[in-house]
Design a protein around this ligand. Structure first.
Ligand SMILES: [Ca+2]
Ligand SMILES: [Ca+2]
Length: 320
């Protein structure tokens, strides 16, 4: 970044630094309190299995399911962020310079620029506040919790230095993951914020949109496919159908096939000289492998139990 000419631009609510290469950074935190909107809390996108009638058959099937349970629920998720420990109402943003973090078998990349208080890539958080907008709300998921009312979730920010990526421990097909809006983005869309315009604009009729794109990449780094998800969509002619996502939504990623890395990008109808004006944040939780993979994990558990059974303490190696 040496040699970059930086320009300071101040407005009523915050200050920005812009470089001659298009780099854009928010460098001062100021409160920007938005309106609290009625929240519809998290609804699982999948239909949950209904309880079975307690017949003998059902009991047997339930016992089978009990062994294979990881295959059928988000307990099988390969990343939930619940294994990341945080003090209450706090976040991690990479200020320790570690360059990322892992949840389950998934590594999330982080880039932190010391001295600028700037980060991009992934952070994680357990903040529950849903009313704070502006930069102060950048670590807040708008539903007020992680997916399924869990405590902890990831926060993605698509910046200018490195691609925003998460990398699996091995190539596999994913059923999908959950996403929602970040407070900063949510309130900027509803009320405007700095250079970001209110969606629909003054007339309410401008067909604005904010799109998250998930790009699958295989072990060789080649793209396997792309999936778009609209975090906000005001393109409906009937404005009563316009929406900003405020609950956790499942994004189906099976069409990407077997992937090693996912890259995330954001795009918006509201753009300027330095790229999109809408804050480029999203929140993420509960990465779910495809059912077949999860089923194999469950069967693997069964086989492991079966193979361990003949062992007796002190009996040495068992011949089969
Ligand atoms: Ca979680
Ligand atoms: Ca509209």
């Amino acid at each position: 970044m040496q040699g970059t000419v930086m320009q300071t631009i101040a407005d009523d609510s915050r200050r920005f630094l812009r470089g001659n290469d298009g780099f854009f950074i928010v460098c001062r935190r100021l409160r920007d309190v938005g309106r609290l909107r009625n929240q519809e809390d998290t609804e699982m996108h999948h239909a949950r299995p209904q309880p079975h009638t307690p017949t003998i058959f059902a009991l047997g099937w339930s016992l089978c399911l009990a062994v294979l349970t990881p295959a059928a629920t988000t307990d099988a998720a390969i990343a939930t962020f619940e294994d990341l420990k945080l003090p209450r109402e706090s976040y991690w943003n990479g200020a320790d310079g570690s360059g990322g973090f892992a949840s389950g078998g998934v590594r999330f990349k982080n880039t932190y620029v010391a001295g600028w208080e700037y980060w991009e890539g992934f952070a994680y958080s357990n903040i529950t506040d849903t009313q704070t907008g502006g930069l102060e709300g950048q670590y807040n998921a708008i539903p007020g919790s992680g997916q399924g009312r869990s405590a902890t979730y990831g926060v993605g920010y698509v910046g200018w230095l490195e691609p925003t990526t998460m990398t699996l421990s091995r190539p596999q097909t994913l059923q999908g993951l959950y996403v929602t809006n970040d407070n900063f983005t949510y309130y900027a869309i509803l009320n405007s914020s700095g250079p970001a315009q209110k969606f629909g604009r003054d007339s309410g009729d401008v067909p604005d949109w904010l799109k998250l794109t998930v790009i699958g990449k295989d072990a060789a780094g080649d793209t396997t496919g792309k999936v778009d998800f609209y975090l906000a969509d005001f393109r409906f002619a009937d404005n009563s159908q316009d929406y900003v996502v405020n609950s956790w939504r499942f994004v189906d990623l099976t069409s990407l096939g077997e992937v090693k890395t996912l890259q995330f990008t954001v795009d918006s109808s509201d753009t300027g000289e330095f790229g999109i004006n809408t804050p480029g944040y999203f929140c993420i939780d509960t990465v779910v492998p495809e059912p077949a993979t999860a089923l194999l994990l469950g069967l693997g558990t069964l086989v492991a139990i079966r193979r361990r059974r003949p062992h007796r303490p002190g009996s040495g190696e068992q011949s089969w």
